[in-house]
Every structure is written in structure tokens, then in C-alpha cells.
Write a protein that binds this ligand. Structure first.
Ligand code: GLA
Length: 423
């Protein structure tokens, strides 16, 4: 079954949270308020929402000072909050499980909280570190962003909470304030890195806070600048499918951090700040570094493969943007396919379930298919001609079945907007 993710599609009452169904803002606010009311016997002062994302291309480039091209999903996390007049903090969440935590603001710091609390409350510490006077608060979370699917459910939580707490601290940050959003995204990354202990880059938070409906976000992680790239798949007769392998991964489990450390070591060996420096601001007159020549300067085979992925991936982002601009969707698909192959072979972050989904989607007529996000499970995306969705979904499902993998969940994705106040 393909779950529609068009905004305003009817919400499933029976579905568990995070099942892939999109909630309208009213529905999400209603659910978050209900959790708040049940836990605290009160009405929240405000409700803020922030979305998950899929990345079209530019994977494992963010922490290398490179380019990425994500879209925000219409699936959102909803944070209902009220300030308190003491320093107490109470957090309840209905995410993948029901959780409750109570403490004080001073508990929320690196080493002070862990697990889901670090993601949910961590932004309070990062905002305070950034100079905001965050009061004690009551917070209730409800989410339509599938967890463990590689679509940034954790960033959606952080960003919804950060938006809500900034507002409680007297600094509501609307979508039009892009500088404010960039600063908030940096605080969320700091919370994820330092409080939750996951050494991730900034793509997910930038998307959740800075994306625009109908556009992909071309993010330059060198200086955090963004360009909004129109993506009108409908006019092109195409759809974007998210193929959730339902194999879960943890970014804090060491694999991600190892990739990052290898890239940093390679950059140091090459005498640059980040690998992205080698291919920055290229054009016909300034062709940038020759990849073969760069690789010849590295002694370590693993560094060579990781570096080759990063440099070629940054170039593929530019190629895909140019192809989309020229409405050359075949070329868009070629770039997506090459990205997956590079992530599988050079970066080694794919897995059998992702490869199976990608290969089946390609064989069933996708223009391109690739894993998206950190890897080691999670989701792939496929660019598919309209009318062929069911065939692709069936092919992906039957490939998984024949290999004994969990049956994937397939969603339709449309580029949605950044987080905002919804009640
Ligand atoms: C995860 C991280 C991002 C990014 C991707 C890979 O989603 O949170 O910062 O590094 O992996 O592109």
C-alpha cells in the first residue's frame, strides 16, 4: 500500500504514531494538546511543528563542508508547550513509545540526560548556551514522522522543541527570519552533537527549519547558505517514492562517527579544512580539483574511497540541480543512481535491504533510485513516472519478501515547508 503524504490527507485514527500517515496541522495540534492535557491536566500555551526530511542527493557531504539537496516532508512532529515559573521541566512524548521525564533545567546538559530526553529537551541547553533565557517548561510531543526510517525524526523533534522554547524565551522565530532559523538550526545541531552524543552534520535541522513548500533546499554547508530550488514533479509527470526498509539504524553507533573521522583525517592529510574545499565554487572557468590527482596524494586506501565519494557526490549535487533546472529528468535519475552506487561501494553505508529496494525500484522503471540519509537501514527514494507507483512498490515488496527481509513501507513524498507555530 502506498500512503499518500499530500498535506491535508485524512489522518488515520487507527494508525500508530509515526506510521507514515500525514497529519494536518489541526490534527497534529489536537493530538499534541491531548497528550499535554492528559499528562498535565492543562491546556498548552502554544503548539509548534517541524518536519522530517528526505535528501534528494548530497549524502554525507554536510559535515564535509559540501552541498546537499534535501526536501522537507509533510510529516511533522508537534510540540505543545507552556512556560513554568520555576526551573522544573516535564516532558511527555507519544513518539514510538510513551515516555515521561521530570527534572530541572540544570539536568539538561551534556552527560546529564540521555536517549529520547536528550533529543527532546537538549535544545533547552543549546538555546540557553546561545544566550536565550529559557524558562522551566511543560512539553508534550506527538509525531507523524516515522521513527527509525532515516527521515530525521530526531531532527523534527529537536526543531519543534527549539522553535517552541525560543518562543517561550520571548523570541518566536517565523519562517521569514532565515538568519534566525539558521542560528536555531545550529543550536539544534549542538544539542544533537553534545547532549545526545550523535556526531551528525547540519542537513536535517536546516531542512526542518529553512525549507520551502514546492522547493528543495540547496544547502551549502561551507557557510550555511541556502538556495531554494523549485521541484515541480507533478508538472513533469513524476512522483517521488520513499521506500522505508523498516530496518533501523542508530547514528550514534559508531559507524557514522568513523566515516566522519576518516574524512577529517583525509582533509588534514590533504592540507584543507574540509574535503569540500577541494571542489568549491567550480564552474567552466574554474574546474576545481581533479579527483584522481587528489586521491594519488592519499596513502590510505579507506581515505581514498571515502574522499572519492565526497568529491564526486558534491559534483553530483550540482549536476542534479542543473538537470532539474533543464527539466532533464533522465539526467536527474542518472545522478541519483550514481550517488547510491558511490554510497554503497566507496562510502560503504548501504546495506542489503537498501540495495534490494534500490535495485527493484530501478528494474521496475524508476528513473533513478538511491538510499537517503545516513544509511545502514532507513529509507531509499525512487523517482518514478506517474502511474508506475504501484508497480515499483510491488517490485520492492516482492524483492524484500523473496530475500526474507522485512516488508518495506512505501510513501509518496512532496516537498513541504519548514516548521512553524500551528496553535
Ligand atoms: C544523517 C545526519 C546528517 C547527514 C546524513 C548523511 O541524516 O543526521 O547530518 O550527515 O546522515 O547525509
Amino acid at each position: 500500500m502506498i500512503t499518500s503524504s499530500a498535506r491535508g490527507s485524512s489522518a488515520s485514527e487507527s494508525g500508530a504514531t509515526g506510521s507514515g500517515t500525514v497529519w494536518s496541522d489541526d490534527e497534529g495540534a489536537r493530538r499534541a494538546r491531548a497528550v499535554f492535557d492528559e499528562a498535565f491536566d492543562a491546556r498548552p500555551q502554544e503548539v509548534w511543528a517541524a518536519p522530517g526530511r528526505v535528501n534528494l542527493i548530497g549524502e554525507h557531504t554536510d559535515y564535509n563542508g559540501g552541498l546537499a539537496l534535501p526536501i522537507a516532508l509533510p510529516h511533522r512532529t508537534f510540540a505543545a508547550v507552556s512556560p513554568r515559573d520555576d526551573r522544573a521541566v516535564r516532558v511527555v512524548s507519544r513518539l514510538d513509545h510513551d515516555h515521561r521525564w521530570e527534572g530541572v533545567l540544570d539536568d539538561i546538559r551534556p552527560g546529564g540526560v540521555e536517549g529520547w530526553v536528550a533529543y527532546s529537551a537538549g535544545p533547552a541547553w543549546a538555546l540557553a548556551t546561545d544566550g536565550l533565557e529559557v524558562p522551566g517548561f511543560d512539553l508534550a510531543l506527538a509525531s507523524a514522522v516515522p521513527t527509525g526510517a532515516g527521515v530525521s525524526s530526531s531532527a523534527a523533534v529537536e526543531c519543534a522543541v527549539a522553535l517552541a522554547l525560543a518562543s517561550l524565551a520571548g523570541h518566536p522565530i517565523g519562517v521569514e527570519d532565515d538568519a534566525g532559523r539558521a542560528r536555531l538550526a545550529a543550536a539544534c545541531v549542538q544539542a544533537e552533537n553534545d547532549v545526545a552524543g550523535a556526531p551528525t552534520g547540519g542537513m536535517d535541522q536546516a531542512t526542518s527549519l529553512r525549507a520551502r513548500p514546492g522547493h528543495a533546499l540547496l544547502l551549502d554547508c561551507h557557510d550555511d547558505s541556502v538556495t531554494h530550488v523549485p521541484v515541480d514533479l507533478e508538472a513533469a509527470g513524476l512522483v517521488l517514492l520513499v521506500l522505508d526498509t523498516r530496518v533501523h539504524h542508530s547514528l550514534a553507533d559508531g559507524q557514522y562517527g568513523r566515516r566522519r573521522a576518516t574524512c577529517e583525517a583525509a582533509a588534514q592529510a590533504l592540507g584543507v579544512g574540509t574535503l569540500g574545499d577541494l571542489v568549491r565554487e567550480e564552474d567552466a572557468d574554474h574546474p576545481g580539483a581533479d579527483v584522481g590527482t587528489v586521491l594519488d596524494r592519499l596513502d590510505d586506501e579507506e581515505q581514498r574511497r571515502r574522499t572519492r565519494h565526497v568529491l564526486t557526490e558534491i559534483r553530483r549535487v550540482r549536476e542534479l540541480v542543473a538537470a532539474a533546472d533543464a527539466k532533464d529528468w533522465t539526467a536527474v535519475g542518472v545522478a541519483m543512481n550514481a550517488s547510491h552506487d558511490s554510497l554503497r561501494d566507496d562510502y560503504e553505508v548501504s546495506c542489503a535491504e537498501l540495495d534490494s529496494a534500490v535495485e527493484a525500484a530501478r528494474s521496475a522503471g524508476s528513473l533513478g533510485a538511491r538510499m537517503t540519509g545516513g544509511g545502514f537501514g532507513g529509507s531509499a527514494i525512487a523517482l518514478v513516472p506517474q502511474g508506475r507507483e504501484a508497480r515499483v512498490a510491488e517490485a520492492v515488496t516482492s524483492a524484500a519478501r523473496s530475500r526474507g527481509f522485512p516488508l518495506p513501507a512505501v510513501h509518496l513524498a512532496v516537498p513541504a515547508g519548514a516548521g512553524e507555530r500551528v496553535a
